[in-house]
Design a protein around this ligand. Structure first.
Ligand code: PMP
Length: 394
């Protein structure tokens, strides 16, 4: 039976990791995989996470199962973090999931149950796992224009035109902040316009928020999500704690489903728990518990927020430095968009051939669509990258 299987296409990013590892040059720079790295190239355990883990080790008396939906205290803490007070709590059903990916997968399965003919609208480009999960679950998809390679910003006119074709029962997937892979984000007036389009078409928004706190700060990064959630009758939200708590391998995420009428929340909650039961039964607890402890303890929370802010400002200063060095070397503002982008990624907007040249001639590794992980840089390698970009003729 196993001989019936055919090989899966190689994952581009993991392939890149392999190539980077095999490169003997000690000047090589890894801007591939989407993990935060400090100036020494490490992905540290955050201070508050370490303290919470110690406390948990001391206090935890059982490893017995939690609920199918996870711990309600985790739901409350995450709803507060992502949505603030923008939506009445009794309209929100929520389940803990294995990471943000788990939340996206559960959302797609829920959509399949509710609206099997739905078209899922995805930004072009988007995180490759979006289309691959949509396809695997057996839903249809369409793309909406998003990135303008000329300006390095959002092609909002194109986006608005494409989304006007959405139909009731369709789902429009939006990145809450720090768009992956481009780094280009909607302004608040643009969010407001997206809401008008959704209201006119009758399509339902789904928001994937995986980098809250990496862009303009915890509150600002959630502003678009909160606006959509408060103004639309229904909304799905998949949130990941992998990046902003640095708990990648703990698999910590949450799916929220907002109903128009609180009367519908219990049935929605039951269906979310049902989906957890079918797919993996109880969700992972360790990461979710740490996140809950941090968010509900004022001291831990303050320390976490301070460290997250250091992370954010570090990436912002690398962006600014890169844009400035390129401005000097190119004697033009054409790379200014790098300082406008937010989050861990920026799409340089160049060809796969140029990306290959950067790799072959300079040992600089980025995804072939020219997505760079800004956190893979430090003050020294920014200059090396800037020179290389000009040297290969981008
Ligand atoms: N959405 C986006 C856009 C992402 O970039 C990621 C992480 N690469 C995720 C969701 C999910 O991350 P995780 O499953 O590790 O929480």
């Amino acid at each position: 039976m196993l001989t019936n299987l055919t090989a899966q296409p190689a994952d581009k990013i993991l392939e890149l990791v392999g190539m980077y590892r095999a490169d003997p040059r000690d000047t090589k720079i890894d801007l591939g995989v989407g993990v935060y790295k400090d100036a020494s190239g490490n992905t540290p355990v955050m201070r508050a996470v370490k303290i919470a883990e110690k406390q948990l080790w001391e206090r935890e008396t059982t490893k017995s199962y939690t609920g199918l939906a996870g711990d309600p205290a985790f739901h409350d803490a995450m709803i507060d973090l992502v949505l603030g007070t923008s939506v009445a709590r009794d309209r929100i059903a929520a389940v803990a999931t294995p990471g943000g990916t788990g939340a996206i997968r559960q959302a797609m399965e829920l959509i399949k149950m509710m609206s099997p003919d739905a078209i899922i609208w995805l930004s072009n480009p988007t995180w490759p796992n979006h289309p691959s999960i949509v396809k695997y679950v057996g839903l249809s998809m369409r793309e909406y224009r998003y990135f303008d390679a000329e300006t390095g910003g959002v092609d909002f006119a194109g986006m608005a035109e494409d989304l006007a074709d959405a139909k009731p029962g369709d789902v429009v997937l939006l990145h809450g902040c720090c768009h992956n892979p481009t780094g280009a984000n909607l302004t608040l007036p643009e969010w407001a316009e997206v809401i008008s389009i959704l209201q006119e078409t009758g399509a339902t928004p789904m928001i994937d928020i995986a980098y809250q706190g990496f862009g303009d700060g915890l509150e600002d990064d959630a502003a678009g999500v909160r606006m959509v959630a408060s103004e639309m009758p229904e909304c799905l939200i998949a949130a990941s704690c992998s990046k902003n708590f640095g708990v990648y391998r703990e698999r910590t995420g949450i799916l929220m489903a907002i109903s128009e009428d609180p009367k519908n929340t219990a049935v929605t909650q039951g269906n979310l728990a049902f989906l957890n039961r079918q797919n993996f039964s109880f969700p992972p607890d360790h990461g979710a518990r740490l996140v809950t402890m941090i968010l509900t303890d004022p001291e831990l929370r303050a320390d976490w927020q301070a460290e997250l802010e250091e992370v954010r400002l570090n990436m912002l200063s690398l962006r600014k430095q890169l844009a400035l060095e390129l401005q000097t070397l190119a004697n033009s503002d054409r790379f200014g968009f790098l300082a406008q982008h937010r989050g861990m990624f920026s799409r340089l907007g160049t060809s796969p051939e140029m990306v290959a040249k950067l790799r072959d001639q300079h040992g600089i590794y980025m995804v072939s669509d020219s997505r760079m992980n800004i956190a893979g840089l430090n003050e020294e390698s920014v200059s090396i990258l800037a020179k290389a970009i000009i040297d290969v003729g981008i």
